[in-house]
Design a protein around this ligand. Structure first.
Ligand code: FES
Length: 96
């Protein structure tokens, strides 16, 4: 199972998640409640995370991420967490 390490509010939360999990779905079902999210549909950007490690295993940003985040943020490792399905270990930062 992939391991997710989340940095948020000065804390580090780490847990294994089922293969191919969507982290916002896990947050919504209280299985990973520390993850910040909103719409779950790639619209609000509340779930934005900076990928610190493991980004090489993620698919290319989809059109919603391109539209909401823009080239600069994507280039700096930002992704919409609600648009990611996790298949490998990943480390994320959610800034306030
Ligand atoms: S939760 Fe709204 S864009 Fe991801």
């Amino acid at each position: 199972m992939p391991k997710v390490r989340l940095h948020r509010n000065g804390q580090i939360y780490e847990q294994e998640v089922p293969e191919n999990s969507n982290l916002v779905v896990l947050a919504g079902t209280k299985k990973f409640p520390q993850i910040r999210y909103g719409c779950g549909m790639g619209r609000c950007t509340r779930c934005v995370s900076r990928v610190l490690a493991g980004g090489e295993h993620l698919p290319e940003p989809n059109w919603k991420e391109v539209k909401r985040l823009g080239e600069e943020k994507l280039k700096n490792g930002y992704r919409l967490t609600c648009q990611l399905w996790i298949t490998h270990d990943i480390e994320l930062l959610q800034e306030n």
